[in-house]
Design a protein around this ligand. Sequence first.
Ligand code: ADP
Ligand code: MG
Length: 394
Amino acid sequence: MLNKKSIKDINVAGKTILLRADFNVPLSGHNVTDDTRIRAVLPTLEYLIKHNAKVVMASHLGRPKGEYKPELKLDPVADRLSELLGRPVAKAGRVRGPEVNEMIEKLKEGELLLLENVRFESGEEKNDPELAARLTDKVDLFVNDAFGTAHRAHASTSGVAAHVPAVAGLLMKKEIETLSRCLEDPPRPMVAILGGAKVSDKINVIRRFLELADNLLIGGGMANTFLAAQGYDLKNSFYEKEQLDLARSILEESGSCRCRFALPDDLVATAELKDNSPYEIVKPDRVPDQLMAVDIGPESAARFGRVVSDAGMVVWNGPLGVFETPPFHKGTETVARAVAESRAYSIAGGGDLVAALEALSLSSQFSFISTGGGAALEFWEGKKLPGIEVLEDK
Ligand code: ADP
Ligand code: MG
């Protein structure tokens, strides 16, 4: 298993720390509408404050693509952080420069400074060494707590480690430890559930779970692609025509592996994707003309639920239907309730799945909710994540 140093393995007292966090939160004007990602970094911040570090925080927000976008400034994050911590959080107007360096030099032990959105700098996503050098001009140590961005080699997630020692924050440490549990001797049976829109986003993770899991349950748009690959005519359903060959070869692989691979055998089909639009429950070979499959059907959801109830571990990425449009959240809900009621150690990841579980008030009943979507997938695939690779080994 990855054994990276964390802030608990070093002396942080009196040190000036560059903390990369993932404060990429949804905003409505100046209001943070979901502060889950901010809360996730609080244990690290509280630890650093308590141990007398001086903390300079960096994060991205949205996709400003190297340009200054006033609506993507991090001021609302600084305000929310300050509320949550009950202490002031200074906010720099820029990512770097003499004024910023001056603010950093003035920090006292236990004080916090939030830099401006790092993606206002064109060098951030290019992993520009010059930006990485400037970000670390006045700091002693780099702490990476941005698991959600760890699969990106950017200046503030990886480049900075060329200049100062780098260790994991407590969230990063927890993500690495928890997500590793399904890769190394998981409690069995281990059930993997994959949903979401596209097979193409998750091919490698499908293959990996075919090796690792005892059961692999597939739903969502992804299931449509597999069903189409089996020859069903899904009429107006979303599926990936360019991935049919790949889906066929995965189906073939699944025939010869120990893992039991399951697709839905009933579907919820509708003519129009709008709230409470009329629908039919159909078999994959009976999807009526003009209709599209938007959720797994009730029989499949109950069957998936039964598999989950016997699990020792459940790992789940991606919703099983178009959960944003009720009642097409029902398949996801039925299976999520089965997970909540099971004795399994349960891990959920993926922005949309986590949003669905939040909306159903079920996320607190999962053992662990990952803050990584793409990062968690790459971690499970076994890829080396640049933001983790740069951290010192124990
Ligand atoms: P996550 O963010 O959890 O990894 P994805 O981004 O891969 O999930 O996919 C989420 C999207 O998949 C949602 O917007 C959902 O509406 C869509 N989706 C799920 N099932 C279907 C379906 N049957 N047809 C079309 N889209 C679907
Ligand atoms: Mg998504």
